[in-house]
Design a protein around this ligand. Sequence first.
Ligand code: GSH
Length: 207
Amino acid sequence: MILYGRDLSPFTRRVAIWCALQGRPVIRRPLMVSGEDFDALKRINPLGRVPILQLDDGATLIETFAIIDWLEDTAEPGARLLPETGLARRKAMQEIAYANSVAEKAVALVYEHNRRPEQYRWPEWCARLEGQIRGGLEAMEAHAPEEEGWLGGATPYGGDVAFVCAYDFIAATNPRLLEGPAYPRLAWLSERANRMPAFGDSRPEPA
Ligand SMILES: N[C@@H](CCC(=O)N[C@@H](CS)C(=O)NCC(=O)O)C(=O)O
């Protein structure tokens, strides 16, 4: 399988860690979503977005939730990172939903500063994004384990992967939002997760 996108993308990284925890070998193609890479990406995903997972049968999967759905659907029973059904699955999906929303807003905030020409910037919009990110991080902090352990129990599961990817993306791109540390449980969760190669090998450097 080939995974397109860089580790700085919290969505691409979620897929990369998911594959690593499931023991799936993946070839990485760390293309950016701008410049010449953007044209190359559009030849694979007409929207020019990442992540893209190209399967061994040639199929091309886009959108993180849909990619994860396939990874779960085709995993060996012992390798699944989500409960199959019931309240436990609902809980996991909501954890991922919070982390996913925070990641979306955090990516939008980066684009406001890196992509939008200065004269078109709208400070109130950036403040709104920051408020949404902080709100989401607070909700995640309330769900995170107080000390040891993982959201899913004894080993990291899908919720942990999504939490760590969202948190680490903000740490790399807008660390001032985490100062304090404002979210000590999330900071500790990230720290512990990144000691595992499945997480740590893709931890993004400060952008
Ligand atoms: N909903 C998408 C979001 C993916 C996304 O926003 N990826 C960013 C990179 S982190 C991207 O492709 N940005 C370029 C664009 O959206 O035009 C998913 O979950 O896969």
